[in-house]
Design a protein around this ligand. Structure first.
Ligand code: NAP
Ligand code: ZN
Ligand code: ZN
Length: 347
């Protein structure tokens, strides 16, 4: 066991604070990574505060991990010491169920193991995430990271990137599609960049007027302020696809009304309360109300390679580990352009 510095929450109401965890001894198939940067996802906050009612404490959040390989087990073939490496939202799965065989490990029928707040398959208990100095992960769940892009801005691709890339690919979004991205936060701004890169005409639907200034730079063709009824009315029945990234409770029906016939709204945002949707709102216009969860390991590698090729990274604000609690408060207020990333040298 290697004692490792980390930041943890001990319950749903106490702020994150320094804590020491024990990382497992390196297994023959493990890659040990020195964590250099870790992105701050809104799921970290939902989990730290037990908003999904499933948090096991103490909890060390963080699943947008990038760093350097410091050791490899004797059977590791895909990585060597010194390589750049990434870890996203999952660190293990059964490998033998239908979903795992298809590379959809996030839907493992026997339960995928989350990078944090997950249950280790070998019975070693709760997993601890990236708000820490190092992590050891089976090589099958470690991603290759290009050295062409700024490493700190690559970190958010491991969750925000794949979570938006995967549904855009699944619904074959490209040229000729009118796409709206609802909520311009960590996920949303990656959704805009990726959908634009795939050739779609992208509209940002945001309840924050000041974000309009960034629309053009991110590549969006239009910006609609969702609190302005007149602006919303103008885009009624106009989108083929809405990527809904909103983290808080909101009225899904308003946005279903912005889809044209056969349109799809994919929810990736995971507010605490259930959605209330009258069947008529999807019956008329044969609309689809869908969801998507991160992405499997092969698709995550595909997304990282795609971003390296197309020069796509996250817009980030680098923070020190000690400022994490303030970052959570600012994220809740929408005061982040567009992803906090923790510099692990400060831990
Ligand atoms: P984030 O950076 O906080 O962005 C969320 C955005 O939602 C905000 O920037 C804001 O955009 C909008 N929003 C927030 N409160 C709102 C309100 N009261 N009414 C309307 N809009 C509001 O969060 P994130 O990291 O992108 O994560 C977004 C959600 O996706 C979270 O629920 C997270 O847990 C979930 N998630 C899901 C997956 C998955 O696999 N499905 C993966 C990662 C994260 P505007 O200011 O532009 O309106
Ligand atoms: Zn996440
Ligand atoms: Zn499986």
């Amino acid at each position: 066991m290697a004692s490792t510095r980390a930041y943890a929450v001990q319950d749903a109401v106490t702020p994150l604070a320094p804590w020491t965890i024990n990382r497992r001894d390196l297994k023959p198939t493990d890659v040990q990574i020195q964590i250099l940067f870790c992105g701050v996802c809104h799921s970290d906050l939902h989990t730290a505060r037990n908003e999904w009612h499933n948090t096991v404490y103490p909890c060390v959040p963080g699943h947008e991990i990038v760093g350097k390989v410091t050791a490899v087990g004797s059977q590791v073939t895909k990585f060597k010491t010194g390589d750049l490496a990434g870890v996203g939202c999952l660190v293990d799965s059964c490998r033998v169920c239908e979903n795992c065989k298809e590379g959809l490990e996030q839907f493992c029928a026997n339960g995928m193991v989350g990078t944090y707040n997950g249950n280790e398959k070998d019975g070693n208990g709760n997993t601890y995430g990236g708000y820490s100095k190092s992590i050891s992960v089976h090589e099958d769940f470690v991603l290759h990271i290009s050295d062409k892009l700024p490493l700190e801005a690559v970190a958010p691709l491991l969750c925000a990137g794949i979570t938006t890339y995967s549904p855009l690919r699944h619904w074959k979004i490209g040229k000729g599609h009118k796409v709206a991205v609802l909520g311009l936060g960590g996920l949303g701004h990656m959704g805009v960049k990726l959908a634009v890169s795939m050739g779609a005409e992208v509209t940002i639907l945001s309840h924050t007027a000041s974000k309009k200034a960034d629309a053009k730079r991110l590549g969006a063709a239009h910006f609609v302020l969702t609190s302005d009824e007149a602006q919303v009315k103008k885009v009624k029945g106009s989108f083929d696809f809405i990527l809904n990234t909103v983290s808080a409770d909101h009225d899904y029906n308003l946005y279903l009304g912005l889809l044209r016939s056969n349109g799809v709204m994919v929810c990736v945002g995971a507010p605490a309360s259930p959605a209330k949707i009258p069947a008529f709102n999807i019956i008329f216009g044969r609309k689809s109300f869908a969801g998507s969860l991160i992405g499997g390991i092969p698709e995550t590698q595909e997304m990282l390679d795609y971003c390296a090729e197309h020069n796509i990274v996250s817009d980030i604000e680098l923070i020190a580990m000690k400022d994490i609690n303030e970052a959570y408060e600012r994220m809740l207020k929408g005061d982040v352009r567009y992803r906090f990333v923790i510099d692990m040298a400060t831990l």
